[in-house]
Design a protein around this ligand. Structure first.
Ligand SMILES: [Zn+2]
Length: 328
């Protein structure tokens, strides 16, 4: 049966049958996502892993740890499982992870995820931040060719940072970019036309040259052509780095120059980011904002691929994740 035949069969079904078929297909999908989590165990069983302690490939099976295969390293004598050091170490209810990753991929708020999976908010929060933390360094490439960069602002929010939990607040409230105050957190978003994206907190109030340097200084090269608004910090940054620089001034109705120099991709990233943070997640504490920015970047980067597969693959190769998380 080819895909067209399947689609036309689907269309011929009564609506009720369509809905129930979609539900069971989605369950099959979740199951295959769960198998992804087991890939790592399979790899270790087939001697394709390394000791997370000393990177030796000489290890033997040694019993089980809460149902997961345990190994003993013949070089350093340490024991480990396929998840030692990763964010999945010491996580209970691993059976709920595939569904959790799926809902997280949909960008749902913690409340909605907790309700759907019957887990408590502390657990949902911990999982979320453990996962995000372990993928923060994934694929930061150099910007090639036309590279758009621009700042956007979020209201400073202390809410939730004491209790570790985000709280509904200032739902959908827009931040005016006129009259930037110290109460606003600047976020610098940069992207080239090949899909490299960086998103970083650039401090309170207007963005400085140093903040730009910190965010994209090590991602630019001879081939980078910078497009920005008229912010003077960008001019300084471009001069310092001898970059070709095209300034678009919206106040002079300069939106596109020579048919290709503009900052419309980055501005569209801004609006998606703001909608997600302010409306879908009801705002997040500034303390955790960078984490969410990292997550958003990852989502953008892999939006056309199997998102869950990318998250699992990328996050489980980080065997320093647990340590980093506990120290953050
Ligand atoms: Zn070892």
């Amino acid at each position: 049966m080819d895909r067209l035949a399947i689609e036309s069969y689907f269309e011929s079904l009564p609506k009720f049958d369509q809905d129930s078929l979609l539900t069971s297909l989605s369950n099959i999908k979740t199951k295959s996502d769960f198998q992804l989590l087991e890939i790592r165990e399979t790899q270790f069983n087939e001697k394709q892993g390394v000791c997370p302690n000393c990177s030796s490939i000489k290890y033997v099976k040694m019993g089980k740890d809460k149902g997961v295969q345990r190994y003993k390293c013949k070089s350093c004598n340490g024991t480990f499982t396929p998840y030692t050091g990763t964010w999945m170490a010491h996580i209970h209810h691993k059976d709920k992870l595939p569904a959790y990753l799926k809902l997280m991929g949909q960008g749902l708020s913690l409340d909605k995820i907790c309700k759907e999976l019957s887990i408590n908010k502390k657990t949902a929060f911990d999982w979320r931040h453990k996962i995000i933390n372990s993928i923060k360094d994934v694929e930061h490439g150099e910007f090639i060719g036309i590279t758009e960069s621009d700042e956007t602002f979020f209201l400073h929010s202390k809410k939730g940072s004491d209790s570790l939990l985000e709280k509904p607040r200032k739902r959908g409230k827009e931040v005016a970019t006129r009259g930037i105050s110290k109460e606003q957190v600047a976020v610098i978003v940069s992207t080239d036309r090949k899909g490299s994206v960086s998103i970083d907190i650039a401090g309170f109030g207007r963005m400085s040259k140093a903040a730009i340097e910190k965010s994209i200084g090590n991602k630019i090269g001879k081939q980078t052509i910078l497009c920005t608004d008229g912010l003077v910090s960008y001019k300084g940054f471009a001069l310092d780095n001898s970059l070709e620089h095209h300034v678009l001034r919206a106040d002079l109705k300069q939106f596109v120059k020579q048919g290709k120099y503009h900052i419309q991709h980055v501005n569209s990233l801004h609006s998606r980011l703001k909608k997600w943070i302010n409306k879908d997640l009801y705002g997040v504490a500034t303390k955790y904002l960078q984490n969410y920015l990292n997550w958003f970047r990852f989502k953008e980067k892999f939006k056309n691929r199997s998102y869950i597969k990318e998250v699992i693959t990328a996050s489980l190769t980080n065997t320093k994740a647990r340590e980093e998380y506990l120290c953050s």
